[in-house]
Design a protein around this ligand. Structure first.
Ligand SMILES: *[C@@H]1O[C@H](CO)[C@@H](O)[C@H](O)[C@H]1NC(C)=O
Length: 293
């Protein structure tokens, strides 16, 4: 009996990750032009291998940026980025989703550069109905300038999850029941840009961009977009029925994902608006939903 009793446990060990894995579908690499187009300073974007890789350049004249061709209501959006290497102090590389109206919704990744050998900061934010002030800041557990890493957003009616590779670094749950607005009816475009923000980005603006180190270059691959394309008609996405990102397993994080999120919060978090009593005296309602704040 002894040796047989082990078998179900072994099976459980092997199957558990499969059963519980609620990571979004594996992104598919597509050329830049499929989903994106440059927005400004076209001559500061360079294309390689038929557009499977692009590089954004920042020099003392200008930065540059690009945006998705379509607007989306819910889905999974991911980019592989290799941040500006070396002395990147003062530069900001951003990857974000935003709606285009005045009371806009926005989901933000901002990578704040640093002096050579000093750590980048990843700042995230969520705007709903034009209201932001939901900054969180973390250090990364790797050097983001050495290799390409996945940065992705999963967005459905239940939650917005920020992923770095397979690790959820932030979750913004739908807290409509607590009176918090949640992005649900304004299609968003996906944007990315590289620009100079040395008035605030690095050590609160103390470290200035060293233009003798220009040009600064951030590299991109992936360009995966799997969302409901809302440009077609206003009601299109609402009438689509359940898509994969609406399924049960994507409505909340699973146990492993919560443990990973907790690991990020405990080991890498520098700042969280939820715990900043000096700036925000009453705790925002959505913060109460955070399991361990
Ligand atoms: C830059 O490095 C300094 C010193 O290690 C650190 O305090 C800071 O958080 C780093 N990142 C940014 C973006 O300022």
């Amino acid at each position: 009996m002894g040796s047989f009793a082990i078998v179900p446990w072994l099976l459980f060990l092997f199957l558990a990750p499969v059963i519980m894995a609620a990571a979004p579908r594996k992104p598919i690499d597509v050329p830049f032009q499929r989903n994106y187009a440059p927005t400004w300073a076209y001559d500061h974007i360079k294309y390689f291998n038929g557009g499977t890789e692009v590089q954004l350049t920042l020099d003392k004249y200008t930065g540059t940026g690009f945006q998705s061709k379509g607007s989306y209501l819910f889905g999974h959006f991911s980019m592989r980025i290799k941040m500006v290497p070396g002395d990147s102090a003062g530069t900001v590389t951003a990857f974000y989703l935003s709606s285009q109206n005045s009371e806009h919704d926005e989901i933000d990744y901002e990578f704040l550069g640093n002096r050579t050998g000093q750590p980048y900061i990843l700042q995230t934010n969520v705007f709903t109905g034009g209201k932001g002030n939901r900054e969180q800041r973390i250090y990364l557990w790797f050097d983001p300038t050495k290799d390409f890493h996945f940065y992705s957003v999963l967005w459905n009616m239940y939650q917005i999850v920020f992923f770095v590779d397979d690790v959820p670094i932030r979750i913004f749950k739908n807290s409509k029941d607590l009176g918090v607005r949640f992005p649900f009816n304004q299609p968003m475009k996906i944007y990315s840009s590289l620009w100079n923000a040395d008035d605030w980005a690095t050590r609160g603006g103390l470290e200035k961009t060293d233009w003798s180190k220009a040009p600064f270059i951030a590299s991109y691959q992936g360009f995966h977009v799997d969302g409901c394309e809302a440009s077609v008609s206003e009601t299109y996405c609402a009438t689509q029925g359940k898509r994969w990102w609406d399924q049960k397993e994507f409505q909340d994080l699973d146990g492993l994902q919560y443990r990973r999120l907790q690991w990020v919060r405990q080991k890498y978090t520098i700042y969280n608006y939820c715990t900043d009593r000096a700036r925000i005296s009453t705790m925002p309602p959505e913060c109460k939903r955070d399991r361990d704040v």
